[in-house]
Design a protein. Structure first.
Length: 245
C-alpha cells in the first residue's frame, strides 16, 4: 500500500442550519486514509458517518476545515468542478441504491462512463457487461431496478461505482436493509473491489462488514472517538488496548 494519502480530513466541521438554529454534524474531525486502505466508519445513528462519506465524495462541503482527496482540496471547489471531478475520482454506493429507474441494469452501469466521456459506446457496453458478471448479474443486464431485489440492486450499484475505474470507492451503509445472504454477497464484493487495488471507505452498523476493515474509525457525536486497527485500539494517537490471538 502506498503511503501517499487518498483522503485527508483536517479539523472538519459541518454545521447545518434551520433558521437561527445550528445543528453540528461534525465537530473538528481529523483523519487520513492511505491509498489502497480499507477503512470502516462506525458509530451510533446520527453520529456523522454519512456526513463524512458525503464530504469525501464531494457531494457536500465542510463549514470549515479541509477535505483533501487525491491531492485536491475539494471542499473549496465549486459544485460544477466537484461533479466533474467525482465522475472519475470516486465511486459511491448508497444505502438506498439510487439506480435510475428508467434505465436497465446494463444502462445504469454504462451511465458513469458516458458522463465521464470514457470509452466508445461499444467499449462501455462490453465493460458494463464484464462488471455485471463481476457482481454475478450478467443474466440480469436487461432488467430494470423495479424488477430486481434489493440485494441485486445493490450489486448493480457496486458495478456502477466501479464503472469509470475510480481509485476510491465510498459506501454508505451498503448492507443496510438487506437480508443475511445478500449482506454476505455485498461484503464479498467490497472485498473483491479492494483486491483490485481500490481505496475503500464505508460506514456501517454491520459487525461482519466492520470486521473486514484494516482500520475502524469510531465516530461519536460528530467527533473521532478512537481508531481500531487490526490488533490495537487507538485513542488520541495512543494505543490503549492490544488484541490477543
Amino acid at each position: 500500500m502506498s503511503q501517499e494519502p487518498a483522503i485527508v480530513f483536517r479539523d472538519v466541521w459541518k454545521i447545518y442550519r434551520s433558521g437561527r438554529v445550528e445543528y453540528p454534524a461534525l465537530r473538528g474531525v481529523s483523519f487520513t486514509v492511505g491509498r489502497g486502505e480499507y477503512v470502516g466508519l462506525v458509530g451510533p445513528s446520527g453520529s456523522g458517518k454519512s456526513t463524512v462519506i458525503n464530504l469525501a465524495g464531494g457531494i457536500d462541503t465542510p463549514t470549515r476545515g479541509e477535505v483533501v482527496v487525491l491531492g485536491e482540496n475539494i471542499g473549496e471547489k465549486g459544485e460544477g468542478w466537484r461533479a466533474r471531478w467525482r465522475r472519475r475520482s470516486v465511486g459511491i454506493v448508497f444505502q438506498f441504491f439510487h439506480l435510475v429507474p428508467t434505465l436497465n441494469a446494463l444502462e445504469n452501469v454504462m451511465l458513469p462512463m458516458e458522463l465521464a466521456g470514457l470509452y466508445s459506446r461499444r467499449e462501455r457496453r462490453e465493460r458494463a457487461l464484464r462488471l455485471l458478471e463481476f457482481v454475478g448479474l450478467r443474466d440480469k443486464a436487461e432488467k430494470y431496478p423495479g424488477e430486481l431485489s434489493g440485494g441485486e440492486q445493490q450489486r448493480v450499484a457496486i458495478a456502477r461505482a466501479l464503472a469509470a475505474d475510480p481509485p476510491i470507492i465510498l459506501a454508505d451503509e451498503p448492507t443496510a436493509n438487506l437480508d443475511t445472504e445478500n449482506k454476505k454477497r455485498i461484503i464479498e464484493l467490497l472485498d473483491k473491489a479492494h483486491g483490485l487495488g481500490k481505496t475503500i471507505v464505508f460506514s456501517t452498523h454491520d459487525e461482519r462488514l466492520a470486521e473486514k476493515a484494516e482500520r475502524i474509525i469510531n465516530i461519536v457525536d460528530g467527533r473521532v472517538a478512537g481508531e481500531k486497527r487490526r490488533g490495537a485500539l487507538q485513542v488520541g494517537g495512543e494505543i490503549v488496548h492490544e488484541e490477543k490471538g
